[in-house]
Design a protein around this ligand. Structure first.
Ligand code: CMC
Length: 428
């Protein structure tokens, strides 16, 4: 914390407010006493200038295109680490030793099965339900199944429910897929890695042996790593806000999943691939660029732009490389990749996108990879949710462990009618 002060003159009064510094990143003006001292609130819809918490987990410098987890750059983690290792890092603050990693992986592996009654729960959904609708329902329903780890004041309970969520998410996601295609659920296979197991539960069938393709497993694991956490984004803030009331951890993660589903957030990967399909061939790109620039057209380039990144999203760089690796491993080509590359090139040389600092984000290329692996577009956001679960639980744990934690309760600028008397129905 620095000794700096900021002063504000409002309503004829000048008040001083502390300015706090983190380890890196912009300082923050501590306005907590503002209302008591001035009778005024700050106004910041969409939290564009508001830090809602302290956090030591993830740091983003959006101007420079930097993303660090516990200090480690995402590019290094994506290249050298694994999703299990990054999960340990996010939860515990440090990279694990080999013994710690083995123990953590063993613990997660032991929690991969779902209560058998949950299979019945799935059957209550329509076959054509969006898998994200199933995810919201089933993850919320975990609250009704695992009562022995929900005392959030107990760190051991929090740890167990965190491990359960991370471990069960691939099983839940794979079952959502299986249900939608009418195939039997495949039980977890604890001989496999976290990611290999997920691929088998998704694409395996009881009638045949399933062989995990190492290059696909590696690419999938990297995609999970790239999505593991992203500081105080909308879904993470939703999890924190839900958790701030002391709500059940499984219910909080279900709230995060609901928020992630939207096309402005995690739903953008599905929307980006649908957009590329709609554009089809490179000759149609200019038409869509023109639409994205037209203020009277609600169309936006999906997978482009970010609240925080005003530079290339470092995750998009890794995604683009991964597309090529997956294509080579599976010996496939997708003309949509050419369309995407060309779209990026045209957009980045257009003054509209340059002035507004709109660059490809993580969702721009991910759909092309997921589609090559065999996932339908409706599963894309599910995969994002699966991977983000570790970030959500790490942030939720950090919040609950903070002794200064308070229930989240924003204020408002009221613009409705002032007080008026009730008019009986007969007189209206
Ligand atoms: N295409 C065309 N114009 C855009 C786009 C886009 N994708 N994104 C922003 N703009 C324009 C927008 O019209 C606005 O113009 P003006 O200042 O003239 O009104 C300006 O850029 C700023 O946009 P904003 O909506 O005020 O910015 P925001 O920070 O509120 O929104 C965003 C960020 C990600 C919601 C937005 O860029 C967007 O809708 N992108 C498309 C959806 C998308 O790809 N989302 C995934 C985000 S990354 C993954 C994740 O974290 O979930």
């Amino acid at each position: 914390m620095s000794d700096n002060q900021a002063s504000l003159t409002a309503g004829g009064k000048t008040i001083d407010m502390p300015v706090n510094s983190g380890t890196i990143g912009p300082d923050v003006i501590d306005i907590r006493k503002l209302y008591a001292q001035t009778g005024m609130f700050t106004y910041d819809p969409g939290f564009t200038s508001t830090a809602s918490c302290d956090s030591a987990i993830t740091y983003i410098d959006g101007d420079e295109g930097v993303l660090l987890h516990r200090g480690y750059p995402i590019g290094q983690l994506a290249e050298h680490s694994s999703f299990m290792e990054v999960s340990y890092l996010l939860l515990n603050g440090e990279l694990p030793s080999s013994g710690e990693l083995a123990e953590f992986s063993r613990t997660i592996t032991r929690h991969t099965m779902l209560h058998e009654q949950l299979a019945t729960f799935y059957r209550g959904f329509r076959r054509d339900a969006h898998p994200m609708a199933i995810m919201c329902g089933v993850v919320g329903a975990l609250s009704a199944f695992y009562h022995d780890s929900t005392d959030i004041a107990d760190p051991t309970h929090r740890k167990i429910s965190s491990h359960r969520l991370i471990a069960k998410m691939p099983t839940i996601a794979a079952m959502a897929y299986k249900y939608s295609v009418g195939q039997p659920f495949v039980y977890p296979d604890n001989k496999l890695s976290y990611t290999g197991n997920f691929l088998k539960m998704t694409f395996g069938v009881p009638a045949e042996e399933y062989e995990v393709v190492p290059a696909v497993e590696k690419a999938m694991d990297r995609i999970f790593t790239l999505h593991a956490d992203h500081e105080q984004n909308a879904s993470t803030s939703t999890v924190r806000l839900a958790g701030s009331s002391g709500a059940n951890p499984f219910a909080c993660i279900a709230a995060g999943i609901a928020c992630l589903w939207g096309p402005a957030h995690g739903g953008a990967n599905e929307a980006a691939l649908n957009m590329l399909k709609e554009i089809g061939t490179p000759d149609k790109i200019q038409h869509y660029i023109d639409r994205a620039k037209d203020k009277n057209d609600p169309f936006r380039l999906m997978g482009f732009g970010h609240r925080v990144y005003k530079n290339y999203d470092p995750r998009a760089t890794v995604m683009q490389t991964t597309v090529r690796e997956v294509f080579a491993a599976l010996n496939v080509q997708d003309p949509l990749f050419e369309t995407a590359l060309r779209l990026e090139e045209i957009a980045l040389s257009d003054p509209y996108f340059a002035e507004k600092k709109l660059f490809p984000n993580v969702d721009f290329y991910s759909g092309i990879i997921l589609s090559a692996i065999g996932f339908p577009t409706t599963m894309f956001t599910v995969l994002f949710a699966l991977a983000r679960t570790v970030g959500w639980v790490a942030q939720w744990n950090e919040m609950i462990s903070d002794p200064g934690q308070k229930i989240g309760r924003p204020r408002q600028l009221y613009t409705g009618p002032t007080q008026r008397d009730y008019i009986p129905l007969s007189e209206r």
